[in-house]
Design a protein around this ligand. Structure first.
Ligand SMILES: [Zn+2]
Length: 375
């Protein structure tokens, strides 16, 4: 009796240490800020940024179970800081599996370091073992955030209109479907309106740019692409293997996104886009989100991000480039989302017109989402 009471006590203490100690520590440590950037923003730019539709294609903020309705002193995104950054639409990406010893070159999908994070976040035991359960739990948490705040969730075309901050739910890697054809409908019902084919490892749908075999779309993947288009789910080619990237562009009937990443032209890397891939996205009518972290832009500064955006604009055209921060994606950033007006100023200072910057800041993504979302 004494032993079992001691054991229960030990488990409770461990859960508290994980929740109140380890989880905030990892969040702060892994989603850090680099040396603070300060770049003067003119009154004119501030007013322009404020009236412009600003959208970010990728932030993993749901993973950390931060209270996103309030201002946090860790991580990169929460609603008050989205408001400070003039953001109108944030895509909330959902991560469901990360291999041990994760690297950018070659990963297998047979190990997973997320169970401890889901345990530490006091999520249900189902999420300790199942990527599918982790995805659905984060979808419920976004719905809960919308109930607690003024955030509205984008589910259909009409939801893109109107004021206030909007959130759109995205899945990072279709391994989370557990290869069930009905799972796509289940995820759609849970609110997912964007899905990346693969994350760090090859799966039943497609090869990953960081996988072992890096194959193209599987037969199952091909059937899912048409099903996603029919439902109104935007396809995300970030992390897809070059073969899966090409296969998808060949059969896609709707514009796709590459939600977050960089370009070979300023930063070579396993999943940064070649000029041919940039042109492929342009031909598809899609949009590429430029990220702000080191592996995406090599120089994780305002200047480095601006250079990658300008390069992508030169190769793909200004209608096919957008923002894809990867905030809260276990990366160190030069600024959090409240710093976005500085990026606007930097793009204008680099010689882009206000019309072009408005496209990059958000209207390109809005066009692609409107072409995909159900009526
Ligand atoms: Zn990612």
């Amino acid at each position: 009796m004494v032993l079992s009471a001691g054991l229960v006590g030990l488990i409770l203490v461990t859960l508290c240490v994980l929740h109140f100690g380890a989880l905030p520590y990892f969040d702060r440590d892994m989603n850090a800020l680099l040396a603070p950037v300060s770049y003067p923003v003119s009154e004119r730019t501030r007013a322009f940024h404020e009236r412009t539709f600003v959208a970010d294609m990728h932030a993993d903020s749901l993973l950390w179970r931060r209270k996103l309705q309030q201002r946090n002193r860790r991580g990169h995104v929460d609603l008050p800081r989205l408001r400070d950054g003039g953001v109108d639409l944030q895509v909330f990406s959902v991560v469901t599996s990360v291999p041990y010893a994760m690297n950018l070159e070659s990963n297998r999908g047979d190990s997973d370091k997320l169970p401890i994070l889901f345990l530490a976040a006091w999520r249900s035991p189902a999420t300790w073992f199942s990527p599918r359960a982790r995805a659905l739990a984060q979808a419920r948490e976004l719905a809960e955030l919308a109930r607690l705040s003024s955030l509205s969730i984008v589910l259909r075309q009409g939801d893109l209109a109107g004021g206030g901050i909007k959130g759109l739910l995205s899945l990072e890697g279709m391994h989370a479907l557990d290869a069930g054809p009905d799972a796509l409908d289940e995820f759609y019902a849970a609110g997912f309106r964007m899905m990346g084919l693969a994350h760090f490892f090859d799966n039943e749908v497609a090869g990953s740019a960081h996988g072992v075999d890096r194959y193209g779309l599987t037969a199952f993947g091909r059937s899912l692409v048409s099903r996603m288009e029919a439902l109104g789910v935007t396809i995300d080619l970030a992390h897809a293997s070059p073969a899966a990237f090409a296969d998808t562009l060949e059969i896609a009937r709707k514009p796709v996104v590459v939600s977050h990443g960089g370009v070979h032209g300023t930063c070579p890397g396993p999943r940064n886009l070649s000029d041919a891939q940039l042109r492929g996205i342009a031909a598809n009518g899609g949009v590429v989100g430029i990220g702000y972290w080191k592996a995406a832009v090599c120089d994780a500064s305002l200047q480095g991000i601006t250079a990658a955006i300008r390069y992508a604009v030169r190769v793909a055209g200004v209608d096919h480039v957008g923002l894809g921060s990867d905030f809260d994606g276990t990366v160190a950033m030069p600024f959090d989302t409240s710093g976005l007006p500085m990026l606007t100023q930097s793009l204008l200072d680099a010689g882009l017109s206000e019309d072009d910057v408005a496209k990059i800041l958000g209207t390109n993504l809005r066009r692609v989402l409107a072409a995909n979302l159900p009526r």
